[in-house]
Design a protein around this ligand. Structure first.
Ligand SMILES: [Ca+2]
Length: 90
């Protein structure tokens, strides 16, 4: 979050994290999806085991699709549904 200049609500779609290549809104939506997936019992809170899933999603098979989709969307800068060698290598 430090790479964002501001969290003003009216700028939520234009603020861009250059490192992660996402807007602030996209990051919030991604975090909400990750939280919902990690919240195994759906109580809206993360216990210690659920927090481990949230913090280290790559370590848990149930988060595999989320992790792949997040990386894919970040790499596919042209948004053509494919990651070119140039996009992959950055
Ligand atoms: Ca929970």
């Amino acid at each position: 979050m430090d790479s964002f200049l501001s969290t003003e609500p009216d700028r939520i779609d234009e603020l861009y994290d250059k490192t992660r290549k996402v807007t602030y809104r996209q990051q919030i939506e991604s975090d909400r999806r990750k939280f919902a997936l990690a919240d195994e019992n759906g109580d809206g809170k993360l216990d210690r085991e659920e927090m481990a899933v949230y913090l280290h999603p790559s370590d848990f098979p149930k988060m595999r699709d989320f992790v792949v989709t997040e990386y894919f969307n970040q790499m596919d800068e042209s948004k053509d549904g494919r990651v070119s060698k140039e996009e992959y290598l950055g």
